[in-house]
Design a binder for this molecule. Structure first.
Ligand code: AMP
Length: 267
C-alpha cells in the first residue's frame, strides 16, 4: 500500500514525500479513503499511530476548492490541549505547503491578535481548544454555521479534562446538514460512545490495535530450560532474586497443583 493508492492529490503526495514517509501507517491506510469520500469516521487510535495525518491529509484535499467567508471557518478541529492543537497546526503547515489553504489557531491562555484577524477574514481550517472556541462564539467573533468538516481529536482526553459538555455544545452549533464529522479517541468510554452515537451519521469505524507494551517498571526475561529442569530453575530464580511476592502461571490445573506441592515441599 502506498500513499498514491489512497487517492490523494499530487500536491499532497509531493508534501508527503518531502516528509520522507515511505508508506501510510495502518490508521492512515484505513481512514484516508473514507475521509476523502466524505464519510463520518470514528477512529480508535492513540497518539503515535500517525492519526493526525490520517485526518489532516484528506481534509486538505477536500477543502482545496472553495473559499471561506468572514468569521465562518470551513472546517474545525477541536483538541483537548494547546500543545496538541499546535501540533495539529504544524501538520497542516507541513502537508498543505503546496496548497493555498488558510488556517488559524485559537487556543487558551494566549492573546493572538493576528489569529483573531485571520478568523475575522475567514479561514479554511480553524484549530481550537473547546473553551477558547466557545468564548469566541459567545462574543460573536466566530460563527460555526459554515463548518463542513468537524474533527474532535483525542476525545478520551477531553473526557478526562471535563470538556465533554463543551464538546457537545460545539457539535450542536455546527449544522448537521452536509456536515462531515471525524471523531478520534484512544478508547471508547461510554460517554464518548454516547457522544459519537448522538452526532456521527453511519460512521465508518477504523481501529488500530493498541500496541502490546510492557510497563516501564517491569523487566522481562526469558529463561530457556529443558522441561525436567523447570522447577529447579524456578526455585533458583526465586532464591536468587529474593522474591517476596510473585505470580506463577501454568497451563494446566494439574501443573498448578504439582507446582504448589513442590514449592511448599521446598519451603
Ligand atoms: P501522530 O500519531 O499523528 O501524533 O503521529 C506520530 C508521528 O508519526 C509524527 O511525528 C508524524 O510525523 C509521524 N508520521 C505520520 N505518518 C507517518 C508515515 N506514514 N510514515 C512515517 N512517519 C509518519
Amino acid at each position: 500500500m502506498t500513499f498514491a493508492d489512497l487517492g490523494l492529490s499530487d500536491d499532497l503526495l509531493k508534501a508527503i514525500s518531502d516528509q520522507g514517509y515511505d508508506e501510510p501507517t495502518p490508521i492512515q491506510a484505513k481512514a484516508i479513503p473514507h475521509v476523502l469520500g466524505g464519510a463520518d469516521v470514528m477512529g480508535i487510535a492513540q497518539t503515535g499511530t500517525g492519526k493526525t495525518a490520517g485526518f489532516t491529509l484528506p481534509m486538505i484535499d477536500r477543502l482545496s476548492n472553495g473559499r471561506a467567508k468572514a468569521r465562518m471557518p470551513r472546517s474545525l478541529i477541536i483538541c483537548p490541549t494547546r500543545e496538541l492543537a499546535t501540533q495539529v497546526a504544524e501538520n497542516f503547515k507541513l502537508y498543505g505547503k503546496y496548497k493555498k489553504l488558510t488556517m488559524a489557531l485559537l487556543i487558551g491562555g494566549v492573546a493572538f491578535g493576528d489569529q483573531d484577524r485571520l478568523i475575522d477574514r475567514g479561514v479554511d481550517v480553524l484549530i481550537a481548544t473547546p473553551g477558547r472556541l466557545l468564548d469566541h462564539v459567545e462574543r460573536g467573533k466566530l460563527v460555526l454555521l459554515g463548518v463542513q468538516i468537524l474533527v474532535v481529536d483525542e476525545a478520551d482526553r477531553m473526557l478526562d479534562m471535563g470538556f465533554i459538555p463543551d464538546v457537545e455544545r460545539i457539535c450542536a452549533l455546527v449544522p448537521a446538514a452536509g456536515r462531515q464529522m471525524l471523531f478520534f479517541s484512544a478508547t471508547m468510554a461510554p460517554e464518548i460512545k454516547r457522544l459519537a452515537d448522538k452526532f456521527l451519521r453511519d460512521p465508518v469505524k477504523v481501529e488500530v490495535a493498541r500496541q502490546a507494551t510492557t510497563a516501564d517498571t517491569v523487566a522481562q526475561h526469558l529463561v530457556q530450560v529443558p522441561p525436567r529442569q523447570k522447577r529447579k530453575a524456578l526455585r533458583h530464580l526465586l532464591d536468587q532474586e529474593e522474591v517476596n511476592t510473585s505470580i506463577i502461571f501454568c497451563n494446566r490445573k494439574r501443573d498448578v497443583a504439582d507446582m504448589f506441592s513442590a514449592l511448599s515441599r521446598n519451603g
